[in-house]
Design a protein around this ligand. Structure first.
Ligand code: AHR
Length: 316
């Protein structure tokens, strides 16, 4: 009898323990996102939200709407809420040390995703992101071969001060430097938005007598290029034919533009990386603390050769 009571007591205790440990094990993660400036960003947010749900992670999401001060506020609010981990997709490279020190003092591990920061590397666990410099070099190599090493180009720059814009530009310029007859004649930021790309291209068209002698548009993301394509078409120009294009992201609308012959090449920045990010976060919280400072997500170039196949794979 005594042993039956003990067994029952133990079973009830185990069930209670299991319920307790299940709730105690539910991870709360604060995710500070850049904004919703591009199709790529929206797809990345969805990947984070879907994979958090699939993993049973309580995700506290904050959209900074491309405003640095909102992003810092969001991180401070995650610290105040004592989340288990903080994931930051930073808008700009600079200005992170202080808030990262505050997270460290509160014993909350921080994971940097997508864009980079120039903060002391001991202040975050690791960065999980593609190689933006490589994306720029891939775009530059595609441009150099498409132009056979000669021709004027215009550049649509991403958000000033963001790692995506700075590193892509550095990578592209490094390849371009090998081809002295390829010259950038206009360069301006369109802030990674479709509208920004359209407006900047309209000003380029005016300033260059309808893109006279311009052979190629290099856009730091697809959305700016999609806006630029609209502007070029409205001006009676033929992007994808008379004026070649190369951009970054590989969003469905860009693949459609390539298939329609309005665009030529896009370097893929994977947006479906929520599961990869949460795998690292969960493993870290589970005790695996030894991560390389940069977990690299690979990049590839897509053209008319595989655009339909890639679009299908993305469900488009
Ligand atoms: O940081 C990645 C860049 O940010 C993407 O290429 C762009 O679309 C987004 O806004």
């Amino acid at each position: 009898m005594k042993s039956l009571k003990y067994l029952l007591g133990a079973a009830v205790g185990a069930a209670a323990m299991m319920a307790l440990s299940a709730s105690a094990l539910a991870i709360t993660v604060g995710f500070s996102q850049v904004g919703h400036e591009s199709d790529w960003r929206t797809a990345f947010t969805k990947s984070m939200q879907d994979s958090a749900k699939a993993e049973g992670i309580d995700l506290k999401f904050s959209d900074a709407n491309q405003k640095e001060e909102d992003q810092l506020k969001a991180v401070r609010s995650f610290i105040a809420q004592k989340v288990d981990a903080i994931v930051i997709a930073p808008i700009v490279i600079t200005g992170w040390d202080q808030v990262l020190k505050e997270a460290k003092a509160a014993n909350i591990p921080v994971f940097i995703v997508d864009r980079d920061v120039d903060a002391d590397k001991s202040l975050f666990v690791c960065r999980i992101a593609a190689d933006f410099n490589l994306e720029g070099r891939l775009a530059g190599a595609w441009a150099a071969q498409a132009l056979a090493g000669r021709g004027n180009i215009v550049e649509l720059v991403g958000t000033v001060g963001s790692a995506a814009a700075e590193y892509r530009r550095t990578g592209f310029n490094a390849v371009q430097a090998l081809f002295p007859l390829i010259k950038t004649v206009k360069s301006q930021s369109g802030d990674f938005t479709t509208q920004g790309g359209k407006e900047v291209m309209e000003s380029f068209i005016k300033a260059t007598d309808g893109l006279k002698d311009i052979k190629l548009v290099w856009a730091h993301n697809d959305n700016m290029l999609l806006g630029a394509i609209q502007a070029m078409k409205e001006a009676g120009l033929h992007p994808g034919k008379d004026i070649l294009t190369v951009s970054v992201d590989t969003v469905p609308d860009e693949l459609k533009a390539i298939i329609a012959g309005d665009a030529n090449a896009t370097v893929e920045l994977r947006s479906d990386i929520g599961p990869d990010i949460f795998n690292v976060v969960k493993a870290y919280l589970g005790g695996q603390h030894d991560w390389p400072k940069w977990v690299v997500i690979p990049s590839r170039v897509h053209t008319i050769l595989d655009a339909a196949e890639v679009l299908k794979a993305k469900g488009g």
